[in-house]
Design a protein around this ligand. Structure first.
Ligand SMILES: N[C@@H](CCC(=O)N[C@@H](CS)C(=O)NCC(=O)O)C(=O)O
Length: 210
């Protein structure tokens, strides 16, 4: 019996946490939480008061927020080699936080048709969608992986955002993004994670998926 539990829905950002769990390659149990009443129940909100997925429970520790889940698992299971070295730490945190903040906000707002007027960009954390895209391209082009020459947990998080964006058309199909994603999705853990979530999705009644 494992003391590590993933609360997720296969049609959610929970796929990011799943990739990270497969990358650290430790035993875990999956609890599929369906959208609607189950996700907003008191029971599930004792895990995540937001009533959102994903979350993980590790013994008595609960972690929500995909970026935090990636960082927590990398540090908790250092034998997987996905936490940053001293040299990688700057880029690792820089780009992970960039993706959780400016990138996520810029992509979400654009999908909702929210445009920041030019004279208000100064007060918006991400400035403009275009500058976020250019900065992201710079980040994935500087080295093979986001924190340096080596794959780390930051690639799971940043790469998942880019992968989703390319798939759903919310991120421009720039060659640098596509090449970066190809490197990541070829990884066995990435493929295992997607196969597990695709199988979970096939078992969900349509209404419960999303
Ligand atoms: N900032 C959170 C976002 C979590 C989130 O919004 N999850 C969505 C699915 S992708 C959700 O659970 N939505 C259900 C709801 O809000 O009712 C993270 O990065 O984990």
């Amino acid at each position: 019996m494992t003391d590590l539990v993933l609360y997720t829905n296969p049609m959610s950002r929970g796929r990011i946490a799943r990739v990270m769990l497969e990358e650290v390659a430790v035993p875990y149990r999956t609890e599929i939480v369906t959208y609607g009443p189950a996700m907003k129940s008191l029971d599930y909100r004792s895990v995540n008061p937001m009533g959102k997925v994903p979350a993980i429970k590790h013994g008595a520790t609960i972690v929500t927020e995909c970026a935090a889940i990636c960082a927590y698992l990398a540090e908790t299971f250092p034998e997987a080699g996905l936490a940053p070295t001293a040299d990688e730490r700057g880029a690792y945190f820089r780009w992970m936080f960039f993706a959780a903040g400016p990138l996520e906000a810029a992509v979400t707002n654009r999908s909702l048709g929210i445009n920041v007027p030019e004279d208000r960009r100064r007060m918006v954390g991400y400035g403009s969608f275009e500058s976020v895209m250019d900065t992201l391209e710079y980040a994935v082009s500087a080295t093979s992986y986001i924190a340096g020459k080596r794959f780390t947990a930051a690639d799971v998080y940043v790469g998942s955002h880019i992968g989703w964006g390319l798939q759903f058309g919310s991120i421009e199909k720039r060659p640098a993004f596509e090449a970066y994603c190809r490197r990541l999705t070829a990884r066995p853990a990435w493929q295992r994670a997607n196969a597990l979530d695709d199988a979970a999705m096939a078992e969900l009644p349509q209404a419960a998926a999303g």
